[in-house]
Design a protein around this ligand. Structure first.
Ligand code: NAP
Length: 529
């Protein structure tokens, strides 16, 4: 195969990239290791899986007819509904004819002689293209949790990010669930509905607030759709890529009554982004953050009957919203059920798994199934699983061994004609991903058009522009509490990964302006050769 552009990944990013570049007259092809389109939403089909960004926000804005015609059924869409939406987009824009599924890329090499990329699939086929776009996803490389004895377990080991297609029936079964991030929190109530016994093995608890998910009325949808373009514009110029206003006041400066009522209103609305933006200093001031922590801790105590369990469910080792805040439907209340038990691994670490169960504090507990919701090697993980070699044999994994350098998450110096969608140091996971994916896709399409327009062989970000961006992203992150938290945002969940705040924290709106400035000024950060 020899193409103008090969895109790796048929998720939200890859599908829009294909559609956009095809309109520019380029010969484009997507490869994806999955058997269907949808990326993250293809793989993550575990019970309770749904989005934590509201449906009317979490969707493409690029096509007016699409956004008018698609009807969401709930405030927060479930995984099957989002997957159906992405499948609809692939059909509607006739994308399938340029997508090869069940195709996994092992390596990508920039060949100096031809100035083209040469990709090798896992079944040793060679694909070539002038440009390669990594639409490989930010939460698509599951973490290996390294649990002693797991390979000896004779029951089922189920992984949230590769859940069986037909679902799993836990009726009458004893289940251990490991991991209490967004994924575990969504699964716990669903598994507890069926399981005879559910052990929730928690190392670090999460902050979660009720989602208050509900059906979306026609009237609500019509209101947004009556001026959808304005709604999208506001989202794109907002800090997090959603059309919500943050309170301009400090949580420390307002009186206690005001503070409580602002927190209460955002908590009752049921949106982690709104809650984390209750005041302008929740993620920059320890004192402001402590007020938010106190408010949520009190709600956890109200929701859980057994107060010893409630105390274990309250996070104490990090600042609220510096790890992804969760939303839930009845998560804490599930611990009031007689068939559910919290196992606090901070108090008593998981000693090992064996053929029939797990051991904690010297006690062996028998289970039939082990469910892993242990997270991802985020943002850089999917790229590091491909052997990527750029100019002069530079290896991306070596380049990123100490620091994941990138210009605005879109390109790495030394890797000409290779683009990353929502790569490191772009807003990515700290935003509404649909918005930041659209930003990047449109920017990359513009850059490729500029390169083609000049008849150049390669486009590459300059070393200086990359260094300047990394410095800026670091400076911004150090104005916040994020670098002080151990999380997947900072690479701390993966052994040996450099500790860097991976998402850019300067805001989606500010980021959009900077991308526009690049385009308006003929891409000063890039060298065309
Ligand atoms: P995560 O937030 O990284 O949570 C992983 C959990 O597994 C943590 O509680 C972690 O504990 C635990 N863990 C990892 N290794 C372990 C081990 N060896 N032993 C015991 N516990 C272990 O991963 P996630 O829940 O999959 O969520 C990742 C991100 O995906 C979210 O933050 C969110 O951005 C996205 N997501 C979103 C939604 C949604 O939209 N509602 C749903 C799911 C996921 P430690 O922290 O102690 O390591």
């Amino acid at each position: 195969m020899n193409k103008d552009v090969i895109i790796i990944g048929a998720g939200v990013a890859g599908l829009y990239m294909l559609h956009t570049l095809r309109k520019q007259g380029l010969d484009v092809h997507i490869v994806d290791r999955a058997a269907g389109v949808g990326g993250t939403w293809y793989w993550n089909r575990y019970p309770g899986c749904r989005c934590d960004i509201e449906s009317l926000d979490y969707s493409y804005s690029f096509d007016e007819a699409l956004q008018q015609e698609w009807k969401w059924t709930e405030k927060y869409a479930s995984q099957p509904e989002i997957l159906a939406y992405l499948e609809h987009v692939a059909e509607r824009f006739d994308l399938h004819r340029d997508i090869s599924l069940n195709t996994s890329i092992d390596s990508a090499e920039f060949v100096e002689d031809t100035q083209r990329w040469r990709l090798t699939t896992s079944d040793e086929r060679i694909l070539e293209a002038k440009y390669v776009v990594m639409a490989t996803g930010v939460l698509s490389a599951p973490k290996d949790p390294r649990i002693e004895g797991l390979e000896d377990f004779e029951g089922h080991v189920l992984k949230s990010a590769s859940w069986p297609q037909g679902g799993v029936d836990f009726t009458g079964r004893r289940v251990a669930l490991i991991g209490t991030g967004s994924t575990g929190i969504q699964m716990v109530p669903k598994i507890a509905e069926q399981a005879e016994r559910l052990y929730v093995l928690q190392r670090t608890p999460s902050f979660s607030i009720p989602a208050h998910n509900r059906p979306l009325s026609d009237a609500e949808q019509s209101e947004v759709k009556s001026s959808y373009a304005d709604f999208r514009r506001r989202a794109r110029s907002s800090p997090l890529g959603v059309d919500t206003k943050s309170d301009p006041r400090s949580a420390v400066e307002v009186d206690a009554h005001t503070r409580e009522s602002v927190f209460r209103a955002n908590y009752d609305y049921g949106s982690p982004m709104r809650f984390a933006n209750s005041f302008n200093d929740i993620v920059v001031s320890e004192e402001a953050n402590a007020h938010a922590v106190d408010f949520v801790a009190e709600r956890i105590r109200e929701r859980v009957t057994d107060q010893a369990t409630a105390e274990k469910l309250i996070p104490r080792s990090y600042f609220l919203a510096t790890r992804r805040m969760c939303i839930d439907t009845d998560y804490y209340e599930t611990f009031n059920q007689p068939n559910v038990e919290l196992v606090d691994l901070l108090e008593n670490p998981l000693e090992r798994v064996d053929a029939t169960g797990f051991v904690v504090d010297g006690e062996h507990i028998e289970v039939d199934d082990i469910v892993l919701a242990t997270g991802f090697d985020a943002i850089t993980g999917a790229l590091s699983r491909i052997d990527i070699r750029g100019r002069d044999g530079r290896v991306l994994n070596e380049r990123w061994a100490d620091y994941p350098a990138s210009f605005m998450g879109v390109m790495v110096h030394g890797f000409p004609n290779m683009f990353t969608i929502t790569g490191p140091l772009s807003p990515s996971v700290n935003s509404n991903m649909f918005v930041t994916i659209e930003q990047h896709v449109e920017f990359i399409a513009g850059l490729i058009a500029a390169s083609e327009g000049q008849g150049t062989s390669t486009v590459e970000v300059s070393a200086q522009a990359e260094t300047d961006w990394c410095t800026h992203a670091e400076e911004v992150s150090h104005q916040t509490l994020f670098p002080r938290t151990e999380s997947w945002y900072t690479g701390a969940n993966i052994e040996g990964k450099p500790r860097v705040v991976l998402p850019y924290l300067g805001g989606v709106g500010a980021f959009d302006k900077l991308l526009d400035e690049q385009a308006e000024n003929h891409y000063p950060a890039f060298e065309f050769a």
